[in-house]
Design a protein around this ligand. Structure first.
Ligand SMILES: [Zn+2]
Ligand SMILES: [Zn+2]
Length: 277
């Protein structure tokens, strides 16, 4: 199994770090986790066609994680996709996907009628909403989903991917939470989000960016001084960091802070970094 980071940023624009999304793949299978800004460009850079994606899993419905959903679907049609999309997401995904599709309905129908392509299967969306926890099998990958704590977001999930006796855990967006540590036990790779606290200590406050707004952002993420502890408790073999807030930071310093608790250096994620698991 391979993990490829497609976007390691956050809502802020950064050419090096696109919006959050990941590709989990084997020889036969391609699964996406989230579809942040720039996902189709990154897939194209990898030479992977959106026509060949087997399923899309959504961690939660924050806009930075789903903003390119329609682009993903429309570009797959343009890439001659001839199968429906399988989309798995939290409660609210059915309504969300329907609204997005409705917004573009007239434009889409005009295109379909004018361009006369042989298949419109790419616009057939099979959406399934998660329960509290469960398992989905997609070809040779088994995916386990479980709740994480991203409150006030009500429904937020992390995932375990299993293939060939290997385990990859994806944290999704979460504050430190027991459930994540429970499900991540002995993962070969733990892909975890991080809020880099020390980078944001000396920023200039303004009306738009006050102590309060910053505090609230930090409150539903995992700060850099705790992510190493989480990895240690999870007993994961490798820790890969992603979803960097802010996107620009001192890598050496971040590694040092995390290593203090984890005991090993974390891997600092970059867009298009691939990890064999
Ligand atoms: Zn979020
Ligand atoms: Zn996020």
């Amino acid at each position: 199994m391979k993990l490829t980071l497609l976007g390691t940023g956050c809502p802020k624009v950064d050419y090096k770090r696109y919006g959050p999304s990941n590709l989990i793949s084997t020889k036969n299978t391609n699964i996406l986790v989230d579809c942040g800004s720039g996902i189709t460009q990154r897939l194209d850079q990898l030479g992977i066609s959106t026509a060949n994606i087997d399923a899309l899993f959504l961690t939660h419905l924050h806009s930075d994680h789903v903003v390119d959903l329609y682009q993903l679907i429309i570009s797959s049609w343009h890439s001659y996709r001839i199968k429906p999309w399988k989309i798995y997401g939290p409660k609210g995904s059915l309504k969300f996907v329907k609204k997005i599709m409705d917004a573009w309905k007239d434009e889409r129908n005009q295109r379909i009628n004018y361009e006369l392509r042989s298949s419109i299967k790419a616009f057939e969306l099979q959406v399934k909403e998660f329960k509290e926890f469960g398992t989905v099998n997609i070809k040779d990958l088994r995916i386990e989903y479980f709740e994480v704590d991203h409150k006030p977001v009500k429904y937020a999930y992390g995932f375990n991917f299993f293939n060939n006796k290997k385990k990859l855990t994806v944290s999704g967006d979460t504050k430190p939470c027991d459930n994540l540590m429970k499900y991540a036990q002995e993962a070969d790779v733990l892909l975890h989000e991080v809020y880099i606290d020390e980078e944001l200590k000396n920023i200039q406050f303004s009306k738009m960016r006050s102590r309060k707004t910053l505090h609230n952002v930090k409150e539903y993420h995992t700060p850099s001084y705790l992510v190493g502890k989480i990895a240690k408790i999870s007993r994961c073999k490798k820790l890969v960091l992603t979803h960097f807030v802010p996107t620009d930071f001192n890598e050496k310093k971040l590694k040092q802070i995390v290593k203090k608790d984890f005991g090993k250096n974390p891997i600092i994620g970059n867009d298009l970094l691939t990890i064999n698991i």
